[in-house]
Design a binder for this molecule. Structure first.
Ligand SMILES: [Zn+2]
Length: 164
């Protein structure tokens, strides 16, 4: 079943689950629960998607329509504008500072070096993120999850960029 990308306020909680990475355990938990490890074996958890349940855009024009709504901070974010793929968080709980909205820059010298046609290779400079780090992209999801779980404080182990 195809769902429109423009149905961005819809919540879909069955698209993603938390899955234990231990192959002999493989326990699963709802995405909307707070866990730092597997209850059964103590190993790490990963997010697993069931892509057959994902909303698939009917055409690329749906992305253009979403981009036309970029005065909405969720649509401006380079991460949350793909909210349909992160449907377990309501849009009004998303935390964003415009991360991931960095420019593509033409890289003809690199294109020539790697054998790609001139004017057909672009690089995205992630140092242009609000904190100067590509890690803004992942951390906005982590902070949003903390907000969604009503966390009053958040901490992270970091050498620099993640904490920024
Ligand atoms: Zn486990």
């Amino acid at each position: 079943m195809l769902q429109s990308v423009t149905q961005h306020n819809a919540m879909q909680t069955d698209l993603a689950i938390q899955r234990c990475i231990n192959p002999s355990c493989h326990a699963s938990y709802e995405a909307r629960t707070i866990r730092t490890s597997c209850d059964r074996c103590g190993d790490l958890l990963d997010i697993e998607y069931d892509w057959s349940r994902a909303a698939v855009p009917a055409s690329l024009s749906e992305f253009e329509e979403a981009w036309s709504q970029r005065t909405n901070p969720v649509r401006f974010s380079g991460v949350w504008r793909f909210h349909e793929l992160l449907p377990f968080v309501p849009q009004d709980q998303v935390i964003t500072v415009g991360e991931g909205q960095t420019l593509l820059q033409q890289a003809n010298h690199v294109a020539k070096y790697v054998g790609v046609n001139t004017n057909q290779l672009f690089l995205q400079y992630e140092g242009m993120n609000p904190s100067g780090s590509f890690k803004d992209n992942g951390m906005c999801a982590a902070v949003t999850h903390a907000n969604m779980m009503n966390a009053k404080r958040a901490a992270c182990a970091s050498t620099v960029n993640t904490s920024a």
